[in-house]
Each structure stands twice: as structure tokens, then as C-alpha cells.
Design a protein around this ligand. Structure first.
Ligand code: CUA
Length: 161
């Protein structure tokens, strides 16, 4: 009788372990939502070369063309965010901030610490998502995808002013 009990208990544990692993693999970094509920979409760069895409030649913060909020163009590469690492990205509070993030080399991650802003940054694609920051503050930007020997140093700052 006890054997049956132990067998049942082991089975439950095994299922729980597998569930945890599957969740860990699928859960983070796939489809996340901006603070305002805006969805993150990945749009392929038309010609597969981000240098050819307007505004990625000079990454930075731009007034939105529709007159509402700002657009931020960020290029990730081993092992920095441009802008973000050398100088903080400054965005206005209470306005729609549309992020456009791409990679110049390998797959990186883009995570705003202490928020649910979290996306993969894939070469040849642009991760685009909207966030409205209701409070001023400073956020750390963290690369959360292993991207090479300097991965752990890859970080930046975003200031909401
Ligand atoms: Cu870039 Cu890890």
C-alpha cells in the first residue's frame, strides 16, 4: 500500500518539475505588455539591415511624428545599449513613449528593472512597444539574454523626467 502512495507522490512531483521547466522556458521574454497595456510587437526590418532603417542610423529620442509623445530608437550590441549605456535615455512623464529596439549583432534582452517592460531584441527585427510612465524616476535597463562574455555588464539607464 505504501508503495502505491510513494509512486503517486513521485508522479505528482515529476509533473510539477516538468511544469516548472516548461513555464520557465515559455513564460518570460516572449509576449510582454507595456505598463499601459500596450502590446509588444516585433516587426521585421524591411531589408534586414537596421542601418538602412530611418532613425536607427542615429538612435535616440525623437518627437513622435503624430505629435503625441516620443519615439525612442535603441540599438543593442555587445555589450551596450545606444543610447542608454553611455548616457541615460530621457523620456517625458505622462506621455506615450514608443520604443523601437533592434540589435546590431546577436540576440539581446531589454528589461526595464522593476517594470513589466521586457522583450527580446533580435537582429533583423524591431521590437516595438508603447509605455506611458506616470511617475518620474530612474530605471535600470538590463540585458537578460545571454549574449557573450560581457553579458553581465550590459546595462543602461532610463530617466523619466
Ligand atoms: Cu546583451 Cu546579454
Amino acid at each position: 500500500r505504501f508503495e502505491k502512495l510513494w509512486f503517486g507522490a513521485s508522479l505528482v512531483l515529476i509533473v510539477a518539475f516538468v511544469g516548472t521547466i516548461v513555464y520557465g522556458a515559455i513564460g518570460p521574454g516572449v509576449a510582454m505588455v507595456g505598463d499601459d497595456g500596450g502590446t509588444i510587437e516585433a516587426a521585421a526590418v524591411s531589408d534586414g539591415n537596421f542601418e538602412q532603417t530611418e532613425n536607427f542610423r542615429e538612435p535616440g529620442v525623437y518627437e513622435s511624428t503624430d505629435g503625441d509623445g516620443v519615439d525612442v530608437y535603441i540599438v543593442a550590441r555587445q555589450y551596450l545599449f545606444n543610447p542608454g549605456t553611455a548616457e541615460p535615455i530621457e523620456v517625458p512623464r505622462g506621455e506615450e513613449v514608443t520604443f523601437h529596439v533592434t540589435s546590431a549583432d546577436v540576440t539581446h534582452g531589454f528589461n526595464l528593472a522593476a517594470t513589466n517592460v521586457n522583450t527580446m531584441v533580435i537582429p533583423g527585427q524591431v521590437a516595438k512597444f508603447d509605455v506611458t510612465f506616470e511617475e518620474t524616476g530612474e530605471y535600470g535597463i538590463v540585458c537578460h539574454e545571454y549574449c557573450g562574455s560581457g553579458h553581465h555588464t550590459m546595462a543602461g539607464q532610463l530617466h523619466v523626467v
